[in-house]
Design a protein around this ligand. Structure first.
Ligand code: DQA
Length: 143
């Protein structure tokens, strides 16, 4: 079975320590563990990756387009300005679910109110903390 890729962008490797009042106390390692366990419950293979390097994320998205992997993407800050991420999302061949731990639209910084990912997302899950990843995996499992 083609695994679902959970791809996390810049600064998400510091989850648990990074602004916990916004992003919570779950670490990236704990989140990765939970995603795999949620996937197991849903009968889907889940692979979780995080990178601070845009080129690496682009390589993963390009490979997902070739291999037909469904993707759960939290592109973090790239969400708001990266046209390279936009072009990579446009090429995906299986469903994409966009996830944000916080709700960028409810945050005061204007730049967070734009997403280059949303036009290509089957669903957007935002503001549910790390539980949003479970909601995204459930949505993909239903498809
Ligand atoms: C984020 C929201 C983005 O605005 C921010 O740049 C992030 C994380 C979230 O998960 O809430 O790094 O994508």
């Amino acid at each position: 079975m083609t695994p679902v890729l959970v791809l996390n962008g810049p600064n998400l490797g510091r989850l648990g320590r990074r602004q916990p009042e916004i992003y919570g106390r779950t670490t990236h390692a704990e989140l990765a563990h939970q995603c795999v366990a949620w996937g197991r419950d849903l009968g889907i293979d889940v692979e979780v990756r995080q990178t601070n390097h845009e080129g690496e994320m682009l390589d993963w998205l390009n490979a997902a387009a070739d291999d037909g992997n469904p993707v759960v993407l939290n592109a973090a800050a790239w969400t708001h300005y990266s046209y390279a991420i936009l072009d990579a999302c446009a090429q995906l061949t299986a469903p994409l679910v966009e996830v944000h731990i916080s709700d960028p639209h409810q945050r005061p910084e204007e730049f967070r109110h734009t997403s280059v990912v949303t036009p290509y997302a089957a669903q957007v899950v935002a503001g549910h903390g790390t539980d949003g990843y479970r909601i995204a995996l459930e949505a993909l499992a239903r498809r």
